[in-house]
Design a protein around this ligand. Structure first.
Ligand SMILES: NC(=O)c1ccc[n+]([C@@H]2O[C@H](COP(=O)([O-])OP(=O)(O)OC[C@H]3O[C@@H](n4cnc5c(N)ncnc54)[C@H](OP(=O)(O)O)[C@@H]3O)[C@@H](O)[C@H]2O)c1
Length: 259
């Protein structure tokens, strides 16, 4: 009998937000594909659940309980990963938070909470992982949202955090092909054309680190419930989202379903 192909055999993948929802499901899929994992989140119980399931698929797992808002915890996360595995092939920036509010009623504290997790922590963790990803010619996957591409009423801070994450993704994808400052000065009249050329090969930057974002629609996880959306309000929310973006109009549900 032919042995099963493990496309990610021995690759080291760090997944944030792995204690529930999309991050937990991602960890489990990566485990089935043969990856060695660092799983992180704040909930020890959630991490234990995901780790157990990944180990059942034969994956080596390092669980690191960390609040990504704490810069020291983020440094420690990378240090522990390197101490355990000695390399890093893929970073999945998945952890995220969601809160409701418009420009009239979103307090500045909410802006900070959302941006600190959805953007600042991604910035810091990516920065710390990049030297290792350059060595491995690895990958970064940022979990963004349809809310980054379209404006949705009543989720202002979340929308702008994901729009910023999308642009962060574009900028980092291109980072290693930036035009030298002297060229910028000498060729400023050519800038629009140069930008076009650079953008066209952004996905394969010269240091061969691929940087991409995925933008899910509504998926049933803890995300919206933690922001107080449940029952009828959840159905209505999905109706609004699917009416705009999904001709199918259904809620994708991860297994096991947490609703
Ligand atoms: N569900 C959707 O409909 C949907 C749609 C589009 C995009 N997304 C994106 O998908 C990603 C995952 O969300 P989800 O739906 O799977 O939600 P979820 O079930 O609530 O998971 C969010 C994850 O982020 C982690 N997290 C939150 N704050 C953190 C912090 N300060 N430090 C460390 N970890 C933190 C949580 O872990 P702890 O609670 O253990 O800290 C949890 O593991 C998010 O970026 C979200 O924006 C979700």
């Amino acid at each position: 009998m032919a042995s099963r192909v493990m496309p990610l055999a021995n690759k080291v993948v760090l997944v944030t937000g792995a204690s529930s929802g999309i991050g937990a499901a991602t960890g489990e899929l990566l485990a089935r594909l043969g990856a060695r994992l660092t799983l992180t989140g704040r909930s020890r119980e959630g991490l234990q659940r995901t780790a157990k399931s990944c180990q059942e698929h034969g994956s080596e797992v390092l669980s690191v309980t960390a609040d990504l808002v704490d810069p020291v915890a983020v440094e420690n996360l990378v240090e522990q990963t390197m101490a355990r595995y000695g390399c890093l092939n893929v970073l999945v920036n998945n952890a995220g938070v969601f809160e409701r509010g418009s420009i009239e009623n979103s307090p500045l504290e909410q802006y900070d909470r959302i941006m600190n997790v959805n953007l600042r922590a991604v910035f810091q963790l990516t920065q710390l992982c990049v030297p290792h990803l350059i060595k491995s010619k690895g990958n970064i996957v940022n979990v963004s949202s349809v809310n980054g591409q379209r404006a949705f009423a009543g989720v202002l801070t979340y929308c702008i955090s994901k729009a910023a994450l999308d642009h962060f993704t574009r900028c980092v994808a291109l980072a290693s092909s930036v035009i030298e400052p002297t060229n910028w000065e000498n060729n400023s009249h050519l800038l629009p054309r140069l930008m076009q050329v650079k953008c066209s090969n952004g996905d394969l930057a010269p240091k061969q680190v691929r940087v991409n974002a995925v933008s899910p629609g509504v998926v049933i996880t803890e995300l919206h419930k933690l922001a107080g959306l449940s029952g009828e309000a959840y159905i209505e929310f999905d109706g609004i989202c699917s009416g705009i973006l999904s001709p199918l109009g259904w809620l994708p549900c991860l297994t096991p379903c947490t609703s």
